[in-house]
Design a protein around this ligand. Structure first.
Ligand code: ADP
Ligand code: MG
Length: 711
């Protein structure tokens, strides 16, 4: 029985009919070994009994036609574009396919060639026609179901040639070893590895194809989960953490002093976190909750557990503005909270000491703070990357909270862990609504707590896509009216991803235009990435204090900015933003009990299909999880495990949406195998495949995280 690694060692030139020339073509597709070839799955299948006849296709309908080329003509149009006209017949009728700027089609589609043409049927000068249809060369395969391989024409190969080589390869490979325990295969009614590869390439029926796909999907997902689960278990084994005492009364006193009760979701999450804190295995948990769900409170409670036990807490935010803001709000929340003073006598109480460290701190403030952290005089420090990038030493770091993980790399997380002699417990907070399946995959080495409930009394934000100039005017009128009523507003400037500088300039222009135009007479403030740290803080402070009515800003306000009095947001050129980003932005309003609005400006005529779907989704729902699903659907899945395996996506067949239940099953099996007797080493074939296909078990999870969250 052959193993995949053996197939990976056989070059495609071993196959009959693959000479140097064809091998070059295959290389274009990233195929050099027989394994590469077998993992180059068909893009779709043509069921010959189901294809349309030219005569039956209705005008304006999309259809797939298998025909033979009768005649080819090349010429140039008046404006010098190349034009190839191909006349096709299938026995039921004639079809003319016109190709613009594809002069090479004349060589590809010589008279007598059989090909599949996929396109929309038009009528032109009384003739049935398709313009620039998709073409697949099929040759004379006789099977009922013909596999169509992706991009074969790009490589100068026909899908038929590929099919023939695959068939030969499958035949010569014979029976393949199955790395998955037979008990698991049977539990889920999966077909074996050999049948799966045959069924995906040369299915005899639709049901055979379905079964083959499921098996290969399971294998893909299992490999990923094995990497993640093993990483998680390794970490837990190797790492010596802190068993915090969670029985003290500080957290409870803190909660009693709040002007509101915790939500059930907050209680649940905190119970999960406290269980981790009490264990000697280091916590590595993701706290996921929609904007405004109250994550800060939960995180702060975790920090207080460390503080009560005589250790320190660190709270890291992705930006200066946010760090300052967290610092201010944490101070506010802890105002007046005291704990027993170890140094003093039994009854001495002292306040919880919170400090911040950002790039705004002066050198002397820094060295003072460094000293205080090292001696343990500071309980909680709030800051940005500066906290870990600099040589900050803690007396005893107990718990670290990282806000918005996707802006923090793995390295930073690792650096943070080095700050204590025992590994501190780490809580990662994210407002990015990650669908459950993606969370299991992307954050597969973390445990997850979810805040799936907003504090009561929030009114949902009314969201309008302003499609016309008249609707835009409505948005500005709403801003004016809200300011009149004593509320505040944000205006979000167009996103210019390519350049900070351009973005800043455009923000300045927006500010100038609005202050003399639509929003003349209101008190405007400006905030963008190029504003100095000091001025940034001044602007934020003025807005918080209500001295500014309208904050004109770039996405620097995307996360965490918390001004409950702000009730309107206007996003300019909203179609340029990603869905997740718009949802985050919108979360800046609707934080108080007053009704709130979010206007998304984008001229309907300029918005492309995806943008339209995004804006409509935002109008329809404010449920972050639903939006994340929409987003995933729009952007597709791509590569999860990082780009280090070039051209070899680890999710070729699996879809996190469509195969959701299989993600869960694969994860379960991964735990069984890793935790089972003998561990993963008892399954050497699986270990070998994971190493072969995913580049072993290493880190590099930055890029995959990036992919899912880049909008
Ligand atoms: P997140 O970080 O999840 O976006 P925050 O922690 O900033 O949310 O909380 C948003 C707002 O809700 C804050 O003003 C906070 O004080 C308030 N808040 C948090 N928990 C509750 C609760 N249980 N009831 C009412 N308000 C709450
Ligand atoms: Mg612990």
């Amino acid at each position: 029985m052959r193993r995949l690694r053996q197939l990976a060692g056989v070059p495609v030139t071993e196959l009959a009919g693959v000479g140097p020339k064809k091998a070059e073509g295959l290389a274009v597709l990233g195929i050099s070994s027989v394994l590469d070839l077998l993992m180059h799955y068909p893009r779709r299948y043509i069921d010959r009994t189901n294809q349309a006849h030219i005569a039956d296709l209705g005008l304006g309908e999309e259809g797939m036609v298998l025909g033979r080329v009768r005649r080819v003509q090349s010429r140039r149009t008046r404006n010098r574009r190349s034009l190839v006209e191909v006349d096709v017949t299938d026995g039921s009728g004639y079809l003319r396919c016109t190709f613009f700027n594809q002069a090479w089609r004349a060589n590809q589609l010589k008279a007598g060639t059989s090909a599949i043409f996929f396109g929309k049927l038009e009528e032109f000068q009384g003739r049935r026609r398709m313009t620039n249809p998709v073409v697949d060369l099929v040759g004379d395969r006789t099977g009922r179901i013909v596999p169509v391989y992706p991009q074969s024409d790009k490589a100068g190969l026909t899908t038929w040639e590929l099919g023939a080589w695959v068939e030969e390869a499958l035949g010569r490979a014979g029976t393949l070893a199955d790395p998955v325990p037979v008990e698991v295969v049977e539990r889920y009614g999966l077909v074996d590895r050999t049948a799966a590869l045959h069924g995906i390439h040369l299915p005899a029926s639709a049901s055979e194809h379905r079964a083959a796909r499921l098996r290969l999907v399971f294998d893909e997902l299992l490999r990923i989960q094995l990497v993640l689960v093993r990483r998680k278990r390794d970490l837990e084994l190797r790492a010596v953490g802190i068993a915090h005492d969670v029985a003290g009364g500080l957290v409870e006193r803190f909660h009693r002093r709040l002007p509101f009760p915790l939500t059930d979701a907050q209680r649940r999450a905190l119970a999960e976190i406290e269980a981790d804190l009490a264990a000697s295995v280091p916590m590595h948990r993701l706290l996921q909750g929609d904007v405004g769900a109250g994550k800060t409170l939960v995180a702060l409670s975790a920090l207080l557990v460390a503080v009560e036990g005589g250790r320190q807490g660190a709270f890291m935010a992705p930006t200066e503005v946010l760090a300052e803001q967290h610092h201010a709000s944490i101070r506010g929340l802890l105002e007046g909270l005291t704990l027993a003073d170890e140094g003093g006598n039994l009854f001495d109480e002292r306040p919880v000491r919170v400090e911040s460290l950002t790039s705004r701190s002066t050198p002397s403030e820094r060295s003072r703070l460094a000293g205080a952290l090292a001696s343990g005089e500071v309980d909680i420090v709030v800051g940005t990357h500066a906290l870990i990038q600099e040589k900050v030493a803690f007396r005893s770091l107990g718990v670290a909270v990282i806000d918005e993980q996707h802006r923090f790399g793995v390295e930073q997380r690792a650096a943070l862990r080095e700050k204590g002699e025992a590994i501190p417990d780490v809580l990662v907070m994210t407002a990015t609504p990650i669908p459950r399946t993606a969370a299991m995959t992307v954050y597969g080495d973390l445990d997850v707590s979810v805040l799936d409930e907003l504090p009561p009394g929030r009114t949902p934000v009314v969201t309008r896509w302003a499609r016309t100039a008249a609707e835009e005017a409505e948005a500005w009128a709403c801003v004016a009216a809200e300011v009149e009523a004593g509320h505040q507003a944000y205006v979000v400037c167009p996103l210019i991803e390519e350049s900070d500088k351009l973005e800043a300039r455009s923000a300045q222009e927006t500010y100038d235009r609005l202050s003399t135009g639509e929003l003349a007479g209101l008190r405007l403030g400006l905030l963008h990435g190029r504003v100095g740290v000091k001025d940034k803080e001044v602007a934020m402070e003025a807005f918080r204090a209500g001295r500014i009515d309208v904050l004109v800003a770039t996405t620097v306000i995307e996360v965490g900015v918390d001004v409950p009095n702000a009730t309107v947001m206007v996003v300019i050129d909203a179609d340029r933003f990603g869905l997740a980003q718009l949802h985050q932005l919108r979360g800046r309003v609707g934080r108080g009990s007053a009704a709130s609005w979010c206007y998304l400006l984008a001229d309907a005529a300029d918005v492309v299909a995806d943008g339209q779907a995004r804006l409509e989704a935002l109008e329809r729902t404010s449920d972050g999880f639903e939006l994340a699903e929409v987003d995933l659907g729009l952007r597709g899945e791509g590569t999860l495990m990082g780009a280090h395996q070039k051209g070899r996506s680890d999710l070729r067949l699996a879809s996190l949406r469509r195969d959701e239940v299989w993600v869960g099953r694969a994860r379960e099996v991964a735990f069984e195998l890793v935790d089972g007797e003998g561990g993963l080493d008892g399954h050497p074939l699986l270990v070998d495949e994971v190493a072969l296909l995913l580049g072993a078990d290493d880190s590099a999870d930055d890029e995959r995280t990036e992919f899912l969250f880049k909008s």
